[in-house]
Write a protein that binds this ligand. Structure first.
Ligand SMILES: [Zn+2]
Length: 395
């Protein structure tokens, strides 16, 4: 069979089945950017390849997927972080500056400036084997600025550094002096229609929390998103139990993210709805939270778990998805297979892209990360090792 590329002498983590799907003497073949074979070298048909890559017994995973980031923003908030170190609570800072500081800097930046700043962060993410990055808006809080953020995300995808999946974070924070109802009528709902018309995002996100938006507003927003054919995702139960897990399940959300305070019944509902739990240990660390997400309940009910950086200037200034694996295992008690599936197959599910990316299987995109490691655990065990040998991003 004629193919474009073959990767031989490889050890594969295919992420097929319920574990890592390891194939020790593995081989991959790709044609037109898609895998046509992923399995045992011994059982492989003969390939006539234009290019053959000898992996010298290195490990190959699907290209990693960072399924929750706020990568496009103006400015940074190192001073606020230092105030938190000095003991000022996040909720207090949220009232006085917080997200609003980033909103001001984002509104002041041009699309080109937003893209350039995000490109630097994206390049660092790619060095950790990341090939797909979800990017949320949510720092504009007005129609034009939100659209500018999403266009910057689209431009980021055109750099060829990674596949970008833009999400409209339509309800992130309320501008001062505006009611939730007015914000929905004047900003969030018109924005939804504009984004759907221009095809700027495939999903809509909201922040359900007493310092952000109420369940009633989220329901209204998600009903309109669904009507427009957009999928939904929710920042849920991060700082308190707001019933976010149950609400996400009720709305058939792709994912509910954070979930430190999620209730067991809500998690059971998520499992039934196929809503993925996205765990964000960078925010947990940076906010110095003490209550980890209830993994025992997630496992008991069969909730799929993903891991992401939540890269943002306020609560998770993190550009390394491998660092998120270190934190998810050490702080949350995820097993290595759970964590590695959480940045591949389960992260793909959190984006609704499981048919396209996240596993090594025929038909999937040939997005790969090739690692100079001895064993799968090394990806979460070593801190700051940077073991990526080579990354493949299919066209
Ligand atoms: Zn977030």
């Amino acid at each position: 069979m004629r193919v474009d590329r073959v990767w031989r002498k490889a050890r594969l983590m295919t992420m097929r089945g319920t574990d890592l799907g390891v194939v020790e003497h593995g081989l991959l073949a790709a044609r037109d950017g898609r895998l046509v074979y992923a399995g045992s070298a011994d059982a492989a048909p003969a390939f006539d390849a234009a290019e053959t890559i000898d992996c010298a017994e290195r490990w190959i995973t699907p290209g990693l997927i960072d399924c929750h980031t706020h990568l496009v923003f103006g400015g940074e908030r190192a001073a606020e972080w230092q105030a938190r170190l000095a003991g000022v609570p996040y909720a207090t800072l949220a009232e006085t500056g917080g997200i609003r500081a980033t909103v001001a800097a984002t509104r002041a930046a041009s699309e080109a400036e937003l893209t350039a700043a995000a490109r630097t962060r994206l390049a660092r993410m790619a060095e950790d084997g990341v090939t797909t990055v979800e990017v949320k808006s949510g720092y504009g809080l007005e129609v034009a600025a939100e659209l500018r953020q999403l266009r910057a995300a689209r431009a980021l995808g055109e750099t060829g550094l990674a596949r970008i999946v833009p999400t409209l974070l339509a309800a992130h924070a309320l501008p001062a002096g505006v009611t939730e109802a007015d914000y929905l009528d004047q900003v969030a709902l018109p924005l939804l229609r504009a984004v759907a018309a221009e095809g700027l995002a495939s999903a809509v996100d909201a922040f359900l929390e007493p310092i952000a938006f109420s369940a009633a507003s989220v329901r209204r927003l998600f009903a309109e998103a669904t009507r427009l054919g957009l999928r939904v995702k929710l920042h849920a139960d991060q700082l308190s139990d707001g019933g976010g897990a149950a609400l996400a399940a009720e709305c058939a959300a792709l994912s509910a993210d954070h979930l430190e305070y999620a209730a067991e019944a809500g998690l059971a509902a998520m499992a039934r709805a196929g809503t993925v739990a996205v765990l964000l240990p960078g925010a947990f660390l940076t906010l110095r939270e003490t209550k980890p997400p209830p993994l025992a309940w997630m496992r008991a009910h069969g909730v799929r778990m993903a891991v992401a950086t939540d890269c943002n200037p306020g609560s998770s200034p993190m550009v390394s998805l491998l660092a998120a694996l270190v934190l998810a295992t050490n702080l949350f008690g995820m097993t290595v297979p759970e964590a590695l599936r959480g940045v591949t197959v389960d992260a793909a599910a959190a984006l609704g892209l499981g048919h396209d990316i996240g596993t090594l299987a025929p038909g999937q995109r040939a997005d790969l990360a090739i690692w100079s490691i001895e064993q799968p655990a090394d990806l979460a065990y070593w801190i700051g090792a940077r073991p990526l040998w080579r990354r493949e991003l299919s066209a």
